[in-house]
Design a protein. Structure first.
Length: 707
C-alpha cells in the first residue's frame, strides 16, 4: 500500500449473500489502482483502499453499480437512518407483487374472468422479479452466477411450462424471504448501531477560561472538558477536578456505579451521575475504549472463524454446482435417454429453486455478530469470530495469580531486617529499586515507604527480572530485590532467612528479599487479598464443565498453595518464570486440548500469547491489553469469565447446528427434487423457511443472558 492511498467505506445495498461478495471481488480485481478491499456482509459495507491517482472514487462506485447493487459513501456511521418501507423500491415491488397475486388468485375462482388472472399473474411476476432479474443479469454479465438469477430462471421456466400461478408465487415467496432475511440480519446489524449511539457527539470544552460546545472530533489531547451531572462522558480522560460516581455499565457491563475522583480514569459513553467533573482528555474520539469496542464488533467479520470460511467456500462452489446439475437434469434424460422434455425441465427448475439458499452464508456471520455484540454489552470484547470460536472450544483454563485471582493490590504486612540491618534502611533501598518497576508488588513497597515518609533515592542501571524481581544501583552499590531464587547463592545450608520466608509464605504472604550481591539485608512480606468473587467464579467455571482450572504463578510454592486453597482452583504451579508459564500452557494443551490463559497482562503476556485464547482482565483503559488479548474483560469482575465462555460455547454450538441444518436441508431437498417428489412452490417454501429458521436461531445469541 502506497503512502498516497486513500480508504473509502461504501454501503452496498443488495450485498446480501456470499454470491454478491464474489461479484464485487471480481469487479475490484478488474479495476486498476485498487490496493485492497474488504467486504462485510453483515454491515453491508465495502472498505476499499485505492490509489486516487489511478482510480477515482466515482469509478469504484460505478463498477459496483454495474453489478446491479447500489453503492454509497458512508459518511457518519452512527447516523445511518433507516428508510421507511414504502420508500424502498424493493419493498414496494414486493407489496405490489403480493397484491397482484392475491387478486389474480381470487379472480381465478370467479367464472368468466377469461385471461384476466393470467395477465395479473404475469404482472405480479414482472414487478416481483424486476429487481432480482436486474441483479441476476448484471451478475451474469460479470461472469458470476447469482442465486437471484437461478430464481428468475425458475420463474421464467414455470411460465414457459404454462404454470403462471406457480411463477408468481415463486417470485413472491422468494422476495418475501429475501426481505425477511434482510430484516433478521438487520437486527444483528442494529445491535452494532446501538453501541455507536452511546457516544455523545459534542463535548463541553474549557478553553481560555471560556466554555464552548465542540464536536468530539475537534477536541485535542490534553484539553479539559466538563462533564455535568447526568451527562454522558464524551471522551476518555483523567479527572482533573471534582468528584462523582459514574455508571460504567456501557463499557464494563458492571451495574454498580464507580466512584471517581481526581486522577481516576473515565471512559467515553459512561454516564456521570452526581457531581460535575473536569476531565483532561487522554484519547481522541477515534481511540476511546468505546470506539475500540465498536470497532471490534464491526470487525468481527474480518477475523474469521473456520466456520465463516467454510460457509464462504461452500457458497462459492455450491451455486455453480447446482446450476450445472440443473442443466444436466434438464438436458441429459430427454436428449440421451429418450425421456419427455417437460417433466425433466420442471425437475431442473425445482432443483434451481430449492438450492437458492442463503441460510448457511448468512446464519454464520449473524451468529458471530450477535454473540460479539451481546458480549460488548456485557463488557467483554472479542477479537473477531476466530476468538469466539477458539473460546468456544476451550477445555482447560489457566489463571495468573497476582492481579487476576487476587486483587493485585498487595500491602506490606511484615518488615524483617537481618540481624545487623536497619528496617527503615531496608525499606528505603527496596523502595528506591522498586520505584522503576511496574509490578504490583513494587507498588506495595513504595506505598509503605511513602507512608513512613522515607525519601526515595535515585537509582541507576535498573534491570527488571520478570517473574523474579529487579536490580538497580544506589550510589554505585548494586542491590537486588525479589524472590528466593535471586538469593540462592547466599542461602546454602539452612539459613534463618529461609525459615522465616517459609513461615511467612505458609500464611499465603509473598516475600520480597532485599540484598546486595553478598548479603541479605532483610525480608519484606506482602499480602494480596483474594478477589471476593474469585471462589464463586471458579465454581461456575467448573459448573459449565471446564477441565481443570489451573493457577500459574511466579510466587513460591507455599504462598501459591495457600492462595490456591482459598480460590478453589484444581491445580497450582508455582515458582514459574514467564517462560515457565509458557511451558505450562503448552503442557496443559497437550494433555487437555484448547487452553485459555487469563491474566492481567503484567509479565504474563507470553503465556497469554501461547494459549489458544488469551484473556485480559480489567482491560478498560489499558490499551495494550485490548490490543493483544483475544478476549478482553473490560471490568475486573471475574464473573464475566463464565459468562463469556458459556456464550462462546453456545455460539459455536449454534453455528454448528445451523451448518448441519442447512446442509441437511440441501441433502434432503436436492435428491427429492431430482426424483421429482416435490413441486416448485413447496420446494422454495421449504427452502426459504429453513433459511429463516437458521438465521433466527443465530439471532437468539443476541439474547444470551449475562451473569
Ligand atoms: P504472578 O505469577 O503471581 O503474577 P509474577 O510472575 O508477576 O507473579 O512474579 C513472581 C514472583 O517474582 C513474585 O511473587 C515475586 O516474588 C517476584 N517478583 C517479581 N517482580 C518483582 C518485583 N518488582 N519486586 C519484588 N519481587 C518481584
Ligand atoms: Mg501477574
Amino acid at each position: 500500500m502506497g503512502s498516497q492511498d486513500e480508504t473509502i467505506t461504501l454501503r452496498v445495498e443488495g450485498m446480501d449473500c456470499a454470491n454478491e461478495v464474489a461479484l464485487i471481488e471480481k469487479k475490484m480485481k478488474g479495476l486498476e489502482g485498487i490496493a485492497s478491499w474488504r467486504p462485510d456482509l453483515m454491515t453491508q459495507q465495502l472498505t476499499v483502499i485505492f490509489a486516487p491517482a489511478a482510480v477515482k472514487r466515482e469509478a469504484i462506485i460505478k463498477a459496483i453499480e454495474q453489478t446491479g447493487m447500489k453503492a454509497s459513501v458512508v459518511l457518519d456511521r452512527a447516523s445511518q437512518q433507516s428508510v421507511p418501507w414504502w420508500k424502498q423500491a424493493q419493498m414496494v415491488c414486493l407489496a405490489a407483487c403480493g397484491l397482484l397475486f392475491a387478486v389474480a388468485f381470487v379472480l381465478e375462482k370467479v367464472p368468466g374472468t377469461g385471461v384476466m388472472p393470467k395477465i395479473l399473474y404475469a404482472a405480479a411476476v414482472a414487478v416481483g422479479a424486476y429487481y432480482p432479474a436486474r441483479m441476476g443479469v448484471r451478475a451474469l454479465l460479470t461472469g458470476v452466477l447469482n442465486i437471484r438469477l437461478l430464481m428468475v430462471c425458475g420463474a421464467a421456466g414455470a411460465i414457459a411450462l404454462g404454470h403462471w400461478e406457480e411463477a408468481a408465487m415463486l417470485v413472491f415467496i422468494y422476495s418475501l424471504g429475501d426481505v425477511l432475511e434482510a430484516y433478521a440480519v438487520g437486527k444483528a446489524r442494529r445491535s452494532i448501531r446501538a453501541l455507536m449511539e452511546l457516544v455523545p457527539k459534542e463535548a463541553l470544552l474549557r478553553r481560555d477560561g471560556q466554555e464552548i460546545l465542540a464536536p468530539v472530533e475537534s477536541v485535542h489531547l490534553g484539553d479539559t472538558i466538563i462533564v455535568r451531572p447526568g451527562e454522558k462522558v464524551p471522551l476518555d480522560g483523567v479527572v482533573s477536578a471534582g468528584g462523582s460516581t459514574v455508571d460504567q455499565s456501557s463499557i464494563t457491563g458492571e451495574s454498580l456505579p464507580a466512584a471517581k475522583g481526581v486522577g481516576d480514569q473515565v471512559f467515553a459513553g459512561t454516564i456521570n451521575q452526581r457531581g460535575a467533573l473536569d476531565v483532561r482528555v487522554t484519547h481522541l474520539a477515534e481511540d476511546t475504549t468505546l470506539a475500540r469496542i465498536i470497532h471490534s464488533v464491526e470487525e468481527a467479520q474480518a477475523r474469521k472463524s473456520s466456520y465463516q470460511r467454510f460457509g464462504e467456500r461452500f457458497g462459492k462452489y455450491y451455486t455453480p454446482a447446482m446450476f450445472l446439475l440443473a442443466i444436466l437434469v434438464t438436458v441429459v434424460p430427454p436428449v440421451f435417454l429418450g425421456q419427455p422434455f417437460s417433466p425433466w425441465f420442471y425437475r431442473g427448475l425445482v432443483l434451481l429453486v430449492v438450492s437458492c439458499s442463503c441460510g448457511l452464508a448468512l446464519s454464520v456471520p449473524v451468529a458471530v455478530v450477535a454473540a460479539v455484540a451481546n458480549a460488548a454489552r456485557h463488557g467483554v470484547l472479542y477479537k473477531g469470530g476466530a476468538s469466539l470460536e477458539a473460546a468456544g472450544k476451550v477445555r482447560v483454563l489457566a489463571f495468573d495469580k497476582t492481579g487476576t485471582l487476587t486483587l493485585g493490590q498487595p500491602v506490606v504486612t511484615d518488615l524483617l531486617p537481618a540481624d545487623s540491618a536497619d528496617g527503615r534502611e531496608v525499606l528505603s533501598i527496596a523502595a528506591a529499586v522498586e520505584s522503576r518497576s511496574e509490578h504490583p508488588l513494587a507498588e506495595a513497597v513504595l506505598r509503605r515507604a511513602r507512608e513512613e515518609n522515607l525519601p526515595i533515592r535515585p537509582v541507576t542501571d535498573f534491570e527488571a527480572m520478570p517473574g523474579s524481581g529487579a536490580r538497580a544501583k544506589i550510589d554505585g552499590v548494586s542491590y537486588t530485590v525479589g524472590n528466593l531464587r535471586l538469593f540462592e547463592h547466599l542461602l546454602a545450608g539452612g539459613s534463618p532467612t529461609a525459615e522465616r520466608v517459609a513461615a511467612l509464605e505458609s500464611e499465603g504472604k509473598t516475600t520480597i528479599l532485599v540484598g546486595t550481591d553478598g548479603r541479605i539485608l532483610g525480608i519484606i512480606a506482602v499480602a494480596d487479598q483474594m478477589r471476593s468473587e474469585t471462589p464463586a467464579a471458579v465454581k461456575s467455571l467448573k459448573a459449565i464443565g471446564l477441565g481443570p482450572i489451573v493457577m500459574l504463578t511466579g510466587d513460591g510454592e507455599r504462598t501459591a498453595k495457600a492462595v490456591a486453597g482459598l480460590s478453589g482452583v484444581d491445580e497450582c504451579r508455582s515458582g514459574l518464570l514467564p517462560e515457565g508459564k509458557v511451558q505450562a500452557v503448552r503442557e496443559l494443551r497437550s494433555r487437555f486440548g484448547h487452553v485459555a490463559m487469563v491474566g492481567d497482562g503484567v509479565n504474563d503476556a507470553p503465556a497469554m500469547a501461547e494459549a489458544d485464547v488469551g484473556i485480559a482482565m480489567g482491560a478498560a483503559g489499558t490499551d495494550v491489553a485490548i490490543e493483544t488479548a483475544d478476549i478482553a474483560l473490560m471490568s475486573d469482575d471475574l464473573r464475566r469469565l463464565p459468562y463469556a465462555l458459556a456464550l462462546s460455547r453456545r455460539a459455536v454450538n449454534n453455528i454448528k447446528q445451523n451448518i448441519v441444518a442447512s446442509l441437511a436441508i440441501v441433502a434432503i431437498l436436492v435428491p427429492t427434487a431430482l426424483v421429482g417428489w416435490i413441486g416448485l412452490v413447496p420446494g422454495l417454501l421449504l427452502n426459504e423457511i429453513s433459511a429463516l429458521i437458521v438465521i433466527l436461531n443465530a439471532l437468539r445469541l443476541l439474547n444470551h443472558k449475562g451473569g
